[in-house]
Write a protein of this length. Sequence first.
Length: 262
Amino acid sequence: MRPCIVAVSALAAVLFCIRAQAQDAKLPAAVTQQIQQRIAASHAEVAVAFRMLDGSHEYFFNADDSFHAASTMKIPVMIELFHQVREGKLRFDDPLVIHNEFHSIADGSVFKLDSAVDSETNLYKAEGQTRTLRQLCDLMITVSSNLATNLMIEKLGVENIRATVHSLDADGMHVLRGVEDQKAFDKGLNNTTTARALLQLLTAIAQGKAVDAESSRQMVQILEHQKFNEGIPSGLPPGTRGGPQDGGHHQNLPRCCHRLCR
């Protein structure tokens, strides 16, 4: 994995609304040139994976390079929740007690999340209370709650999440742990992903193949309720449907910015 990631402008994008007619899947040379110029001007380490759902256009740039996954790893966590619900192992309305103590994968020691660096803080005030798995999933995706994410990962199991990622041919996404495990971070034990892996996961959702068609439809609805739309959606035409999931800007990743949209 590269030691420094800065201002990644677009990590993966799958756009529902555009339907092109060209037979060649490659983007026009003029468009490709503009993209490459913007990448060069950013002085950033950038990876892009883009493909129309009808296969009419695609563009890849460093698509198999590995980056710190930041909050983009919340996508496979959501998929695994729907998978376990379909398997009958869990129900969306199952309650989960809210707590803020987790164990580092580095040495098993206990650590807590800091609400000051989380994008959602109300859940921290609910310690000792319960929230349903669906509520936690919504918080994890729509407002990128780190506490909800760690609770979900603890409940679902990292190995189960990894197995589902593998089943979707998205092995470039490596989920090892939850968020803010500082000891693991210091040892380089981090969640990583490639742009191509993210493209694969979002394509599976978009095509109704992530778990099943109904599960995928519900996941699309959750993604479309995302509250943070400063990334890819801000540059799309008005009325364009998009379900973004961004990542970065953490104290350990001050120059990391992932933009992800289906």
